[in-house]
Design a protein around this ligand. Sequence first.
Ligand code: FES
Ligand code: FES
Length: 173
Amino acid sequence: MSMIINGLPAEVPLDPRVSLLDFLRDDLRLHGTKKGCDQGACGACTVLADGERILSCLALAVQYEGRSVTTIEGVGTATELHQLQQAFIEHDGFQCGYCTPGQICSAIGMAEEIRRGVPSHVTDDLDAPTMPFCAEEIRERMSGNLCRCGAHNGIVEAIAATFAALPEAEAAE
Ligand code: FES
Ligand code: FES
């Protein structure tokens, strides 16, 4: 049984009780994904599974057999940052950085949800051909990712600067 992690094959743990978060951090030593609450309340553990954002603390590793998982290590590197990572730097989107990997993975998944036309709780027109990419939508859609340092204003600015001005196909990358 295997899955793909950041483009590379990995053996799924035999113990079916192991969470995807613990598998990433403890077995694969991918410490970019953070453990905050370990109960689905903070978003620090957000990763992408086949492009969709998920909370890895609430997922069992065995559930993702055959799937492709992307962690922050697969989003960008220190020498080749994703444009959203660069925007977090430019817009002061972090302080301690603990929530940042989850914020970035979540925002990438969120941009794809908007591109697909998935409405949020604050979307006025559910039949609109394109979903708005405004600050109100970003705040609502990112409300599951908490920042204890209070960097939310910079986070929203960085996400807007990265995705709001991009063509649809590019925003999904
Ligand atoms: S550690 Fe998963 S939501 Fe907090
Ligand atoms: S930057 Fe410190 S928790 Fe968000």
